[in-house]
Design a protein around this ligand. Structure first.
Ligand SMILES: NC(=O)c1ccc[n+]([C@@H]2O[C@H](COP(=O)([O-])OP(=O)(O)OC[C@H]3O[C@@H](n4cnc5c(N)ncnc54)[C@H](OP(=O)(O)O)[C@@H]3O)[C@@H](O)[C@H]2O)c1
Length: 333
């Protein structure tokens, strides 16, 4: 049985706590955070879950095997390295870190500690993308375009300028690093590393520093032309579309309207509204995030590679950094 300690008590920590409760072979045994009241609240109604402080997670020999980090982006690297050094496996929320240097440090720390490092990327477990993954293995692609429209909330952007999500220093950026990292992970896996990136970003909401609009294109290592674009706007219905043009001119289109950018089906959102639990989805083993948790449990039990490990998160952060650099270069011209 994989014993999990959750680090973080914010909105998404509740989703993780609920999901761990439904994954065979795993059990949530502790919750750690900086505010004791909020830790207690998350533990309430979850028998056998011990409330802990942030420092507890850095001590060796605690009765858990994996630390699941669901905190602000700028804290991921330090918290991951400390948990690995204390002897635990780590699952860290996306984005793995805010710089490629930090992401590299995390991967190296896992190697030196002889522990495993996993990064949340639940899009890999959305059924349509799993099918595409298999199909794309055997065909040549000329062009791929992923475009997304999100609400500020579903893009993880907060218009309150006092929160960590609206500051570059704590979030590392906005729509790209907070939300478009999901499709970016798939694009890198399918088509290879980006070359010759051209990018533009825009911060269009008053008071907040982070970008709400992203347009990027590049030539991928495997030869395809890739476009990634997104906009976070107040009051839109979240929608995403992936269009792939094959070498023979045929097109494959996945319209992912049933999913919001967090990978949570819209109909569940309606159910949340009805039940009053806005921000919390209905737990199910078939949810992409629950499927990723199950993959991690199995990979630890068998020693096989998990679908998304530290090296994958590092590739994503490396690409994010290059896209921001390209956008900066463009705005300088
Ligand atoms: N995979 C996905 O689709 C998805 C969806 C949503 C979010 N996420 C990710 O989940 C993570 C957390 O997001 P969230 O929406 O849950 O954020 P949140 O609601 O703001 O929660 C942040 C948590 O971090 C703690 N925290 C904040 N500042 C801290 C500090 N300086 N030191 C220690 N702890 C601190 C907060 O503690 P207090 O409670 O004491 O304030 C809270 O527990 C992010 O990485 C985000 O990108 C992923």
């Amino acid at each position: 049985m994989l014993r999990v300690c959750l680090l973080g008590t914010g909105d998404y920590a509740y989703v993780h706590a609920d999901w761990w409760g439904r994954v065979p072979g795993a059990r949530l045994v502790a919750v750690a955070g900086r505010t004791p009241d909020r830790v207690q609240r998350l533990c309430r109604g979850r028998p056998g879950v011990e409330p802990l402080s942030m420092e507890d997670v850095q001590k060796s020999g605690r009765p858990f095997d994996l630390v699941d980090i669901v905190t602000p982006h700028s804290l991921h690297a330090e918290q991951t390295v400390r948990a690995l050094e204390a002897g635990y496996h780590v699952l860290v929320e996306k984005p793995m870190a805010t710089t490629a240097a930090d992401a590299g440090r995390m991967v190296r720390a896992a190697g030196s500690a002889g522990r495993r490092l996993f990064v949340v990327s639940q899009y890999r477990f959305i059924p349509a993308f799993r099918v595409l993954s298999r199909v794309l293995g055997g065909v040549r692609v000329r062009r791929a375009k992923y475009s997304m429209k999100a609400t500020l909330f579903s893009a993880g952007i907060n218009t309150d300028r006092e929160t960590w999500k609206s500051k570059r220093e704590t979030a590392g950026g906005g729509l790209l690093i907070g939300s478009l990292v999901h499709p970016l992970d798939l694009l890198l896996k399918w088509f290879g590393a980006p070359q010759d990136i051209v990018a533009k970003t825009g911060a269009e909401i008053r008071n907040i520093e982070v970008e709400t609009r992203v347009q990027a294109s590049w030539r991928a290592d495997h030869g395809a032309r890739i476009e990634l674009e997104g906009a976070a706007l107040p009051g839109v219905i979240p929608a995403a579309e992936l269009e792939i043009e094959l070498e023979n001119g045929r097109k494959v289109r996945v319209q992912n309207r049933r999913f919001d950018p967090r990978g949570v089906p819209i109909r569940w959102k309606l159910m949340e509204l009805w039940t009053g639990f806005w921000g919390r989805a209905v737990p199910s083993r078939r949810d992409p995030l629950a499927r990723q948790f199950a993959d991690i449990v199995q990979s630890l039990a068998t020693g096989r590679r998990a679908a998304v490990e530290g090296a994958d998160g590092l590739s994503v952060i490396g690409a994010v950094e290059k896209i921001y650099e390209a956008a900066l270069k463009k705005s300088d011209n």
